[in-house]
Design a protein around this ligand. Sequence first.
Ligand code: CP
Length: 318
Amino acid sequence: MRHFTSVHDVGDLHNALQKAKQVKENPYADQKLGKNKTLLMIFFNSSLRTRLSTQKAGLNLGMNVIVLDINQGAWKLETERGVVMDGDKAEHILEAIPVMGSYCDVIGVRSFAQFKSKADDYNEVILNQFIKYSGKPVFSMEAATRHPLQSFADLITIEEYKSCDRPKVVLTWAPHPNALPQAVPNSFAEWMNATNYEFVITHPEGYELDEQFVGNATVEYDKEKAYQGAHFIYAKNWAAYRDPNYGKVLSTDRSWTVDTRKMALTNDAYFMHCLPVRRNMIVTDEVIESPRSIVIPEAANRVVAAQVVLKEILTHLG
Ligand code: CP
């Protein structure tokens, strides 16, 4: 693996899950692999889990780790080519990226959708510039359209908790006051479509995701019907994808909040969310605090997912 931006970069999912198991059983087995190798993590957006779990994964592999928050202490970056830089942006990303690449061996990038241009977001303009100009392997720590480290951790968690070969997994939209990107649901859908699971997406009308991510999933607008018989309920908010509403909040209908009444329709389902989560908007206190909530082991598996990816990249470094 050179770069990691989606499920397509991990190859066979069964093998990837086996590697995750090995990493989990013996997290310090590859301490020599990362010796004298530097991981640089670049954040254009806030993070708790990705920041800590990816650092921990790098340290487990013996790497040196540098973290840079672009918006705190670095020069403000211009990202458009051809702009006369007479404003507040002191450095162009086309110089900044190769400079950052010269200080490290592997680069992780977090850069969310900005909802200014759907084309720029869905063409992953920032992430792809890092791939093109850094000269180093690049992995996504959540980009505009996908959050593959999260989805890999989600898959590892489902495999650990599933009680049948083909569980019913339901991705449900849930309300949120702000406009959130589609990266987590897109990516989750992409990874679920790569399994043999029964996969259902439920959301209000107007929240349809990009068809390339929906794939073979069943889209069920009746949320109660979607919940029936589910083994896993995966909640997430996202803003509208379709034009002319791209990036807009169309609803904050709290009948979509994950609650005990809807969870009672399931097959004693586990509750999942990538976190951070807004309680009593996305999910009630009762559900997230219940014994069927697995949000903490899900977050803990972020270290495992990141370590498998970093290990693969380090193994294939030139
Ligand atoms: N789930 C997730 O990526 O969390 P952070 O935004 O805190 O990194």
